[in-house]
Design a protein around this ligand. Structure first.
Ligand code: MOS
Length: 745
């Protein structure tokens, strides 16, 4: 058997997806099912004075109009951030319809349930809600707050800054961004009189079950959560949102299955977003480019109810060697829905600012930006004072520079041309935490010659089914097509969130251990396999190799196939359970290493000032994420993240109407994401240094790292082409036409 680990492996669930057989949440239909449509508040700040359901209740097909008085009781979930089977985390902590106070536009105030979706929509529209309205606060300027908190600190950054000849002091702004996976959030809820079955769009079925059981007031054994396929999440589906509790409560009240699909407009209101973030970066260096100080002070908006902190300093304290550093955070409360993690939360916005500032520093020094990064490479994580488990940023920088042809770059702004276009070349480094969640998994060997591996993690489109199957195939020495992977159901052994790029690293040790234990259970059958030529032997006399049981030390061919061995013993299947503890940021013990993935992006833009056309024309990305389990899925993850980076840099921005607090571009015509025409062919390389401190194969997660640093690389390329330094995303054509002093450097 040759190993399937590290081989380009097409998705094992690909045929189900392309044939339409894969069941996404809203594909589930049940007899007697009814449809729920929330009524959304049309103010962002105020109180509900009355809800008139009279007209709506008389409409055809209506089953109920639920509101605070008649939905039944919801409890708040107690928040337990510890990763694992007991985790219960939710970002909007208020239970739906809990009180009559409206704190953001679109907050659910009632729920119409009818026999058809169209009837429910019409009824929701006919519910008349009266409000006392107050002026909402959605101010874009996040004024300096009094709640500043020091996140990391070393040395004396004020003194070092004041004494340095070379200084950068700039602010970098990021607008709110909205997750826009193709699949809308949805809940299909069933109640059988004592227990719930919830089909959900979830990046974490175990956490979802734990939260919903508390909100609905039933033991967690009485809630089953299923997410077989997810049309992506990007973090927006990590934790439950209010529609899930509403659908479940309606199912219980009506004794019928209830389907609730959140609309695209509601996606901008009620299911989280990346908050607005403003960061001030102060950097100083010696004349030869050694960093002497780094300060990062950020403020992000959060909701009225909840303290969501975007951890923008995630990568700052370990990225470069700098003796004097301080990172502070602050929150600014606004009348918006509660923000939530969005792909690379913290590090992605943080690196937009710090890597942009590094480029500005390189310009002041007259130094190549790659060189500036290379000479500030740290020996250890100076923030945690820990050795790195594995750090190969240098290799990413040098490999990327070589593949891109960086030495041909003329640093003079606007000096590079090709075919009548002005070229801009920019680059940035990136980093994202590498950690692993606690995980359990079961592997079963069956008498039909196949194996089954199961785990209550989920495949959110990233390729988890495939790598879980690969790991079981590896552990059992079986071909991949003999392995069935089953995920996305809380009835399975508790598995990790599909988030934080922590699932891949988590399933490696658990699945390998489960496979080993399944083999142990198989060998223990020896004494019970009377018909076999191996009968009477003890387990320790036997060995398992590539699907065959044979006498220890003898060739595999001398033994019997495992399925024959099972049948001779009249056993249908044997199984083993593996489990592994969390490690790094997702573990419970103090880490021995600083674990991160690293990378570098090299970007070319073309600029045509005559027609004001800016285009990203080439991207080379090099990633250090340890061992790559499946290069096909791996490349796909990085490409997707780079595409998202183009969107973040050039298009994405959620705009709130200051008059009523509504996110006004709440649709895919007005909220622009990168489309095919915006994306050149992308080059992705992995420098493979297995990180065996994280798991036996040395694999790290790769879901988020590819987005980190992209915005800084693009903004730097835009500066190189145009001479305009944009410090407020997204970069707009207007920024490049209006040459006001603040923008030129
Ligand atoms: Mo990621 S933002 O943890 O899905």
């Amino acid at each position: 058997m040759t190993s399937v680990i590290g081989k380009k492996t097409p998705r094992v669930d690909g045929p189900l997806k392309v044939s339409g057989k894969a069941m996404y949440t809203s594909d589930h239909h049940f007899p007697g099912m009814v449809y729920a449509v929330p009524v959304c508040s049309t103010i962002a700040n105020g109180e509900i004075l009355g809800i008139d359901t009279g007209a709506a209740e008389k409409m055809p097909g209506i089953r109920a109009i639920f509101h605070r008085e008649n939905i039944g009781r919801f409890s708040r979930a107690t928040v337990n951030h510890e990763f694992g089977a007991g985790m219960s985390r939710i970002d909007e902590t208020r239970a739906p319809l809990e009180d009559d106070v409206v704190r953001y536009y679109g907050q659910y105030v009632a729920l119409a349930v009818a026999d058809t979706f169209a009837q429910a929509m019409a009824a929701a529209d006919a519910v008349k809600v009266t409000y006392r309205e107050h002026k909402p606060n959605v101010d874009e300027r996040l004024a300096p707050e009094t709640n500043q908190k020091v996140e990391s600190e070393r040395g004396d950054p004020e003194k070092a800054f004041a004494e340095s000849e070379i200084q950068v002091d700039q602010s970098y702004d990021l607008p709110p961004e909205t997750h826009n996976p193709i699949e809308l959030h949805a809940s299909v809820a069933l109640w059988d009189g004592s227990a719930f079955t919830l089909y959900e769009t979830s990046q974490g079925v175990v956490n979802h079950r734990n939260v919903l059981a508390q909100m609905l007031g039933v033991p967690k054994e009485n809630v089953r959560v299923i997410t077989q396929f997810l049309g992506s999440g990007f973090g927006g589906k990590l934790w439950p949102w209010t529609q899930s509790a509403l659908a479940a409560a309606a199912a219980r009240q009506l004794g019928r299955p209830v389907k609730l699909v959140v609309s695209r407009r509601m996606m901008f209101q009620t299911v989280g977003h990346r908050p607005r973030i403003q960061q001030r970066i102060r950097l100083s260096a010696t004349r030869d480019g050694k960093l002497t100080s780094l300060r990062q002070d950020w403020v992000n908006h959060t909701s009225i109810l909840d303290d969501y902190k975007e951890n923008c300093g995630e990568a700052t304290a370990h990225m470069y060697s700098v003796p004097n550093l301080r990172i502070t955070s602050a929150l600014a409360r606004r009348n918006v829905g509660t923000p939530t993690p969005m792909r690379g939360p913290g590090a992605v916005p943080g690196l937009w600012a710090t890597e942009s500032a590094m480029d500005e520093l390189a310009l002041k020094l007259g130094m190549d930006p790659v060189q500036l990064r290379l000479i500030n490479e740290p020996k250890i994580d100076e923030g945690l004072n820990l050795p790195f488990s594995s750090r190969h940023l240098k290799e990413c920088l040098t490999t990327g520079a070589e593949k891109f042809g960086w030495t041909k770059r003329n640093p003079k702004v606007g000096s590079m041309k090709r075919g009548g276009l002005t070229l801009g070349w920019g680059m940035a480094g990136c980093s994202w935490q590498a950690a692993r969640f606690p995980c359990a998994a079961t592997v079963e060997l069956r008498d039909d010659g196949t194996a089954r591996v199961s785990c209550a993690t989920q495949d959110i489109g990233t390729g988890s089914y495939t790598i879980v199957a690969q790991l079981a195939a590896e552990g059992l020495g079986l071909p991949l097509d003999k392995v069935e992977a089953v995920l996305g159901d809380t009835r399975l052994p508790p598995g990790p969130l599909s988030g934080g790029s922590g699932a891949a690293a988590a399933v490696v040790p658990a699945v390998l251990e489960a496979a080993g234990k399944a083999v142990d259970a198989l060998l223990a059958l020896a004494a019970h396999a009377p018909g076999s030529k191996l009968a009477g032997r003890t387990a320790s006399d036997l060995e398992y190799t590539n699907g065959r049981v044979h006498p220890r030390g003898e060739p595999a061919a001398s033994g019997v196939a495992f399925e024959d061995f099972l049948r001779l013993g009249s056993v249908r299947a044997v199984s083993g359970v593996g489990s592994s503890e969390g490690r790094g940021a997702f573990g419970t013990t103090k880490p021995a290493f600083s674990s991160h993935s690293f990378g570098a992006h090299f970007v070319e833009v073309t600029w045509q000032p005559e027609i004001a056309r800016l285009h990203v024309s080439r991207v080379v990305t090099v990633i250090d994420a340890g061992r790559i389990l499946n290069p096909l899925a791996g490349r796909n993850q990085i490409e997707g993240a780079v595409v998202m980076g183009i969107g973040m840099s050039l298009f994405e921005e959620t705009s709130y109407d200051p008059r009523n607090g509504a996110p006004i571009n709440s649709n895919l015509a007005d909220y622009i994401v990168a489309a095919n025409a915006d994306v050149p062919s992308l080059e992705v390389h992995f420098v493979e240094f297995p990180d065996t401190n994280l798991n036996p194969l040395g694999a790290r997660g790769i879901g988020e790292i590819g987005l980190a640093g992209m915005a800084a690389a693009i903004a730097s390329a835009v500066h190189h082409a145009t001479g305009v330094r944009v410090r407020e995303l997204p970069i707009k054509i207007e920024d490049l036409l209006i040459e006001h002093p603040g923008h030129i450097s």
